[in-house]
Design a binder for this molecule. Structure first.
Ligand SMILES: [Zn+2]
Length: 124
């Protein structure tokens, strides 16, 4: 029953200009990130749009990430499948998280154990 209130929230985003297209009421969810050919008022032609569903695995934020990462070609087709793109994105997120931890690691651990970083470096 809670699903029904999201039906009208489905939004289609243009794979060419990244802007929100004409709202369409959907009776039920398609697969995540579903592509549909629609007329884009900004591009003034029929192009692929991606279906975004709020609070789902593919919402507007996911689309903006995929759009800005350049995963849609001039025909509005995905360069790599959505599932693969998500894996690549998650890998990138893990890597950036790891490098972020690397950056804070040294000074944090030194201060936790009361090690003087400068003195340690000179001893070597
Ligand atoms: Zn467009």
């Amino acid at each position: 029953m809670h699903r029904t209130k999201y039906i009208l929230d489905h939004a289609f985003y243009c794979t060419q200009c990244g802007r929100r297209g004409i709202p369409i009421a959907r009776k039920r969810c398609r697969e995540e990130g579903h592509l549909k050919r629609l007329y884009c008022v900004h591009c003034e032609r029929v192009v692929n749009h991606v279906e975004c569903v709020p609070n789902s695995k593919y919402d507007e934020n996911t689309f903006m990430e995929e759009f800005t990462s350049g995963n849609f070609d001039e025909d509005g087709m995905r360069r790599i499948p959505l599932s693969q793109w998500k894996q690549e994105r998650n890998k990138a997120l893990v890597l950036s998280e790891e490098s972020r931890l690397d950056n804070v690691e040294i000074t944090d651990w030194f201060s936790i154990f009361g090690i003087d970083a400068d003195e340690d470096a000179q001893a070597e």
